[in-house]
Design a protein around this ligand. Structure first.
Ligand code: HEM
Ligand SMILES: *[C@@H]1O[C@H](CO)[C@@H](O)[C@H](O)[C@H]1NC(C)=O
Ligand SMILES: *[C@@H]1O[C@H](CO)[C@@H](O)[C@H](O)[C@H]1NC(C)=O
Length: 319
């Protein structure tokens, strides 16, 4: 008897991950319950972007951040509460902003289909809209994620660091079911946005005992980065855009990377493995190939589901 219960328990435990298969997501998930979900979210992202050009990059990074910790469950959106310090207050939160865009979309959705659309789905849609609005591709976003109730600042340690080498990056991605192909395509997200000096300090200051500057950097580009960060103590938010056209979604990131003009060590690391290096060259040569790969990998990343059980009524709070 006891052993039967044990077997049943074991089977139930094994079924937990099965019930959360990403295939439960579907593009027409809200077809009957909230048919205008896509356009409502797109409207909120569009409106915010008109006022602030940094909104798209913020939303794309926010979604990545969400999916890499506890799966895409909206955990990044939650506020710290009582003794619990939430993800958004964890160390690499320096560039996180524009949470209000998600809240605005949620408010608009609650007005027409209350209690139906998850915050994690809103964020996945907003990340897609961010790319499209920036001149990048569009795609249908599978929906049906559930929101989680747990958000812990200590878990932001699970995010890949900008100082990671290729094997560390590969491991971080493979733990989430993502391949080297996904790593190269998704790193292309760095076609948008900005990095603070602290994120690439390691490359331009005391790189190694022998060299101050990372020798893989183009020397004059390294000088430019140094001069931007030299004034860091005086200028709050000193840093560099991640590529030369930071509000435009294109393949310039890969071209610059090949020219020794990448910002993060983790970008540069893509050139240190034959598989990833070949893909960098491929995407530098072809915007179309990049977009195709990016869309495929975004759908994969945004389908990482590890839990989540409810539809939050307000994206920053659980009740
Ligand atoms: C491969 C591992 C990755 C590492 C180590 C990494 C690291 C970073 C770092 C350090 C920054 C700069 C933060 C700052 O200093 O303000 C940044 C910015 C950014 N990352 Fe990544 N990232 C990675 C992957 C991704 C992925 C998969 C995406 C999305 C597809 C993404 C999208 C962005 C965007 C859009 C920004 C600019 C944010 C802004 O301007 O507000 N990153 N990333
Ligand atoms: C980042 O974390 C700090 C300290 O933990 C907090 O004061 C700040 O509000 C956070 N930033 C965002 C955008 O949440
Ligand atoms: C990457 O870094 C880890 C940890 O420092 C190290 O063990 C590993 O050998 C490095 N791999 C490569 C390819 O440099």
């Amino acid at each position: 008897m006891a052993s039967t219960i044990g077997i049943v328990m074991m089977m139930m435990m094994m079924m937990v991950p099965l019930t959360c298969l990403a295939s439960e997501l579907s593009v027409d998930y809200y077809e009957h319950t909230c048919p205008h979900v896509d356009s409502i979210v797109a409207g909120a992202v569009h409106k915010a972007t008109m006022n602030d050009k940094t909104v798209p990059s913020a939303l794309l990074r926010m979604h990545f951040h969400d999916c890499f910790i506890r799966g895409c469950d909206g955990s990044i959106l939650l506020e710290s509460k009582g003794k619990n310090k939430a993800e958004k207050d964890g160390p690499p939160n320096i560039s996180l902003h524009a949470f209000y865009v998600i809240e605005n979309a949620k408010k608009a959705l609650e007005a027409i289909c209350p209690g139906v659309v998850s915050c994690s789905d809103i964020l996945a849609l907003a990340a897609r809209d961010a790319v499209t609005l920036s001149g990048g591709p569009s795609w249908e976003v599978p929906k049906g994620r559930k929101d989680g109730r747990i958000s812990k600042a200590v878990e932001t340690r699970q995010l890949p660091a900008p100082t990671f080498n290729i094997s560390q990056l590969q491991q971080s991605f493979s733990q989430r079911g993502l391949s080297l192909e996904d790593l190269v395509a998704l790193s292309g997200g760095h076609t948008l946005g900005f990095a603070h000096c602290s994120s690439f300090q390691n490359r331009i200051h005391k790189f190694s005992p022998k060299q101050g500057i990372d020798p893989s950097l183009n020397p004059s580009f390294a000088n430019t980065l140094q001069s931007k960060c030299h004034i860091e103590n005086k200028v709050k938010n000193a840093g560099s855009t991640l590529d030369s056209s930071a509000t435009y979604f294109d393949n310039a990131y890969y071209k610059l990377l090949l020219g020794g003009k990448s910002i993060l060590s983790s970008d540069q690391a893509l050139l240190t493995h034959p598989t990833t290096k070949a893909l960098v060259s491929k995407y530098a040569d072809s915007q179309i190939e990049f977009e195709r790969a990016f869309v495929k990998s975004m759908i994969k990343m945004s389908s990482i589901i590890n839990g989540g059980q409810e539809i939050r009524l307000q994206c920053n709070l659980i009740r």
